[in-house]
Design a binder for this molecule. Structure first.
Ligand code: 5GP
Ligand code: MG
Ligand code: MG
Length: 178
């Protein structure tokens, strides 16, 4: 798999440091609260595992699965809810855990959904933020790393279902998808 990668951007150690940094800030910001951590499958599963262990609070953990990418390398406008959360979000302070925010459409979809169900607050902690890709005006509250407008894989992020198990985030060689 390493041969398919153009450039390694963030290795396991850097990602751990980001989880540490965000975990501390989140712990301070939510002091006295019991947030509901909402991990977005599948991409955010590793990041979730890292960051949740750095949050020193009583938390609930839920998963939600949405689809936006249809397996390619560019975002789609059509977001679908694939697997819903298993508990009531009414009145809850929700912290969405995402792998990457690109156009922002997935995040917008989730925020709208959760607020329409009566969530008290919705914030997001994303491993990666591709700010150049934004199509909707939405900001991530907690960001591990900013990334350039390149297609990245690894550490949970896939191309056609593959590369999620790479222990780092890297840019996929264009020859793999063109
Ligand atoms: P958005 O709706 O913000 O455009 O995109 C959100 C989702 O698209 C992410 O959660 C992720 O699953 C996927 N995505 C966006 N950019 C990338 C990327 O560079 N690499 C991979 N593997 N997935 C991406
Ligand atoms: Mg995602
Ligand atoms: Mg994907």
């Amino acid at each position: 798999m390493d041969n398919d990668i153009e450039e390694v951007l963030f290795d396991q150690k850097q990602i751990q440091e980001a989880a540490d940094r965000l975990g501390q800030t989140i712990t301070e910001d939510y002091a006295g609260q019991k947030p509901l951590l909402l991990s977005v499958l599948k991409g955010a599963y590793l990041w979730t595992a890292d960051v949740i262990r750095k949050i020193d609070l009583y938390v609930d953990l839920e998963f939600i699965k949405i689809s936006s990418y249809h397996g390619g390398v560019s975002s789609s406008n059509e977001i679908a809810l694939v697997t819903d959360v298993q508990s009531d979000v009414k009145g809850r302070d929700i912290l969405i855990l995402e792998d990457i925010v690109d156009t922002g459409q997935s995040l917008q979809f989730l925020e709208d959904l959760l607020l329409s169900r009566g969530a008290h607050s919705v914030r997001v902690a994303t491993l990666l933020d591709k700010k150049e890709g934004r199509k909707v005006d939405i900001k991530a509250d907690y960001v591990g790393f900013d990334v350039r407008n390149e297609f990245v894989v690894g550490y949970g992020l896939d191309y056609k279902g593959l590369y999620r198990n790479l222990p780092y985030v890297g840019i996929l060689k264009q020859s793999i998808y063109s």
